[in-house]
Design a protein around this ligand. Structure first.
Ligand SMILES: *[C@@H]1O[C@H](CO)[C@@H](O)[C@H](O)[C@H]1NC(C)=O
Ligand SMILES: *[C@@H]1O[C@H](CO)[C@@H](O)[C@H](O)[C@H]1NC(C)=O
Ligand SMILES: *[C@@H]1O[C@H](CO)[C@@H](O)[C@H](O)[C@H]1NC(C)=O
Ligand SMILES: *[C@@H]1O[C@H](CO)[C@@H](O)[C@H](O)[C@H]1NC(C)=O
Ligand SMILES: *[C@@H]1O[C@H](CO)[C@@H](O)[C@H](O)[C@H]1NC(C)=O
Ligand SMILES: *[C@@H]1O[C@H](CO)[C@@H](O)[C@H](O)[C@H]1NC(C)=O
Ligand SMILES: *[C@@H]1O[C@H](CO)[C@@H](O)[C@H](O)[C@H]1NC(C)=O
Ligand SMILES: *[C@@H]1O[C@H](CO)[C@@H](O)[C@H](O)[C@H]1NC(C)=O
Ligand SMILES: *[C@@H]1O[C@H](CO)[C@@H](O)[C@H](O)[C@H]1NC(C)=O
Length: 633
């Protein structure tokens, strides 16, 4: 919190005190000339009217806001050659990251102008041709990452002039020739694996592990440096002494992989443990030492997979650097609110106990991610690795319906009016009905509850968190939790969610909207009350206003609608699955509630009379027709 505050305070003061200087105006023009002349698939908010230093995605300025000193555009789908004389005009730039794009052509020769450049990340592009012969212009280069491109030719020996260089990564290119005898005392990381280098490892570089040089045709003059990896203990020492060189390589490489995996888990766990706003604080403390911390898992096979139409511009590393705040612990894992460096806010769900393999996971994600419906919260991206399974959704600042219904009741809280509750019910019903038509009518939501329902831009309900049950081990029902209150009786035995059990959960949601009570709640004593049972018992006596939320009592003329809705809810929570209505029918019933005491008049006219005080005018229900949807609704 503090760090964020201080950070924004500095930003604010900075922008108030200093007018945009000539340097900044020119930098802005250079950025425009760059972005307007290169195809890119994600849109950036580089708008003339927005302040460059505080708003433009991927751009950072000097503390006095006089120059652009960092440009980070990883994974925004840049294509083709960098237009000449654009980025090279950002002469004060220190950090340049264009990694994970589709950039091609030679190493941009005009980068020589960027004499203050300290961190250069161009990995995972299609750059080709030779590396610059003379590196001496960039005296300050600290990290160079050109891996996974198509550079060829030899490694220039002028790299030796880079006295501050701490990391050099040229892996996965087509570099050939011998490795120059680089003398770089401050170099800590080197990776030139997977090239076509030949000859011997020069003495000055023999301190680096073998993995640095793998995938070339290189011989080691002296005995290779030893990693602290022991051969299997069962091996008697005489035979281990006779291990062939390739076996040793195998063992060492294996050790590297193992170490890598352990390191990755620790790092990811560490990043995610930093709750609150530590992400930003940590970054501020570390300063510019390593502005682009390498986070394992961002390699080609294991990156954040975005769905089409998503214009977020971040990747896994950005996500892991974001400040994260726990939103809630759900049935399938923990949800975080992640605020990225550029203030983009998303919800990241970290799944636990995923039991399926990568392919099955990806197939299910593709299925879920393909659903486009205004009443289904879109899955924006996902990530799968052995250690981590993440899902990325949009963030809804108003919170879930659960928060709206059960949040602290008091004077400063606006109660949910009936009109809004109706729209939540209608929206959620449409969303679930859409889900039930997917995958040949076989997709199940599996986790319908008020904490997974949000208000969309039209103030209708919008469902999230779908389709995860098939990825998990069967639900282990905790003795008493909110989730149990939504669970259909048969699911408690079979532990398998179905479409009829979705209908049951939706019925519980309706009861929640009507009563304002949680599906499982404690009374004064130790007694725990299940909402469905409680409603049954009250209703058995007679139709009584006691069921309904006291907060709804202030709205006149809605009792008939509430009773109608109660009947729908009771139908949905029928004990026998086959007695419950199907979701498309539920949609019709819920939509009809509004018309219940108004004959056949179109619902638009009714609203003005039916609800006082008038809520913000909801869009006509027809709004749902003609929207982009993969569901035939
Ligand atoms: C490079 O950075 C230094 C301070 O770090 C600054 O004084 C100098 O003006 C910069 N050079 C350019 C060309 O911006
Ligand atoms: C930048 O490079 C261009 C050639 O690409 C050159 O004409 C120009 O003088 C250079 N500017 C600076 C400040 O070095
Ligand atoms: C290198 O960085 C230092 C600060 O770390 C700065 O003072 C200096 O001007 C930079 N050198 C060049 C050539 O820009
Ligand atoms: C590098 O690749 C280009 C084609 O991209 C080729 O024309 C050139 O001969 C190659 N150079 C070397 C040294 O292999
Ligand atoms: C270092 O740079 C100077 C020019 O600045 C050049 O003469 C020298 O050859 C370079 N060193 C290497 C090892 O390339
Ligand atoms: C070298 O390439 C192989 C195959 O593409 C890949 O599996 C391996 O991870 C690469 N090694 C390094 C160090 O990048
Ligand atoms: C590896 O290099 C040696 C000479 O250093 C050469 O004889 C051999 O053919 C090369 N092997 C390959 C696969 O290029
Ligand atoms: C360079 O990029 C590769 C691939 O993303 C990454 O594995 C490596 O850690 C990076 N190295 C540095 C020093 O940033
Ligand atoms: C090299 O490519 C392989 C896959 O082809 C990838 O796994 C690895 O991370 C890459 N290494 C670097 C350093 O970019």
């Amino acid at each position: 919190m503090d760090a964020v505050f201080i950070f924004s305070a500095i930003f604010l003061c900075g922008s108030l005190l200093s007018q945009a200087t000539a340097g900044l105006v020119e930098d802005k023009q250079a950025l425009f000339d760059f972005i307007n002349n290169i195809p890119h698939s994600r849109s950036l908010n580089w708008n003339v009217n927005l302040p460059v230093c505080s708003s433009w995605i991927g751009v950072a300025c000097s503390p006095d806001n006089s120059r652009v000193i960092a440009l980070r555009l990883p994974g925004v789908g840049l294509q083709g050659q960098i237009p000449p004389n654009t980025i090279s005009r950002l002469t004060a730039i220190q950090i340049l990251s264009l990694r994970s794009n589709g950039l091609s052509g030679p190493f941009p020769p005009d980068f020589f102008n960027l004499t203050n450049l300290s961190f250069l990340y161009l990995q995972f592009n299609h750059f080709s041709g030779p590396l610059p012969l003379d590196f001496s212009a960039w005296k300050n280069l600290t990290i160079i990452n050109l891996s996974s491109n198509a550079f060829n030719g030899s490694i220039p020996s002028s790299i030796s002039n880079l006295t501050y260089l701490t990391a050099l990564n040229l892996a996965n290119n087509s570099l050939s020739g011998e490795i120059p005898a680089l003398s770089l005392p401050s170099l800590q990381q080197l990776d030139i694996a997977n090239n076509s280098l030949t000859g011997k490892v020069p003495k000055s570089l023999q301190r680096f592990p073998i993995s640095t040089f793998l995938g070339n045709n290189i011989s080691f003059t002296n005995s290779p440096p030893v990693l602290p990896v022991r051969p299997p203990a069962s091996q008697p020492s005489p035979s281990s002494a006779k291990l062939s060189e390739s076996a040793i390589l195998g063992i060492i490489a294996g050790g590297c992989v193992l170490g890598f995996v352990i390191f990755a888990s620790i790092l990811i766990a560490y990043c995610w443990k930093r709750k609150g706003d530590n992400g930003l604080a940590g970054k501020a403390q570390k300063g510019e030492r390593s502005p682009e911390k390498a986070v394992p898992g961002s390699q080609d096979g294991n990156r954040l997979v975005f769905f089409e139409g998503c214009n977020y511009a971040f990747d896994l590393e950005d996500l892991l650097r974001a400040s994260a705040e726990v939103l809630g612990k759900g049935t399938f894992g923990t949800a975080y609110k992640a605020i990225l460096e550029d203030t983009t806010t998303v919800v990241v769900k970290r799944l636990k106990e995923v039991t399926v393999g990568k392919r099955e996971f990806e197939q299910q994600m593709d299925l879920v991610g393909s659903i486009e419906h205004e009443n289904v919260v879109e899955l924006r991206a996902y990530y799968y690795s052995k250690e981590e399974k993440l899902m990325v959704y949009d963030y809804y600042s108003e919170g879930s319906i659960s928060a709206m219904l059960h949040g602290k009741r008091g004077e400063d809280r606006t109660p949910l009016d009936w009109e809004t509750r109706l729209r939540i019910a209608i929206g959620a019903a449409r969303g679930i009905a859409c889900i039930h038509t997917e995958n040949g009518g076989k997709l199940v939501h599996g986790n319908i509850r008020s904490s997974n329902i949000f208000l969309n831009s039209q103030n209708h309900g919008c469902v999230s968190d779908l389709g995860l049950t098939t990825l998990m081990s069967p639900i282990i029902a905790p003795a008493i939790s909110r989730a149990t209150g939504y669970r259909a009786p048969e699911v408690i035995d079979t532990r398998k969610a179905t479409q009829p059990s979705d209908v049951y959960s939706f019925g519980v949601l309706l009861l929640e909207l009507l009563t304002g009570k949680s599906p499982v709640h404690a009374t004064g004593g130790d007694e725990v009350i299940h909402l469905v049972r409680w409603v049954h018992s009250v209703v058995r006596e007679e139709w009584t206003a006691e069921v309904f939320d006291v907060e709804l009592m202030r709205y006149p003329n809605i009792e008939e609608q509430m009773v109608e809705m109660l009947q729908i809810a009771m139908a949905c929570v029928m004990r026998m699955p086959d007695q419950r209505p199907k979701m498309p029918d539920v949609v019709k019933m819920v939509e009809d509630v509004r018309r219940v005491d108004n004959g056949n008049r179109p619902s638009d006219e009714i609203k003005s009379e039916a609800s006082t005080p008038p809520p913000p005018p909801p869009p006509p229900p027809q709004a749902v027709v003609g929207m982009e949807s993969s569901c035939p609704l």
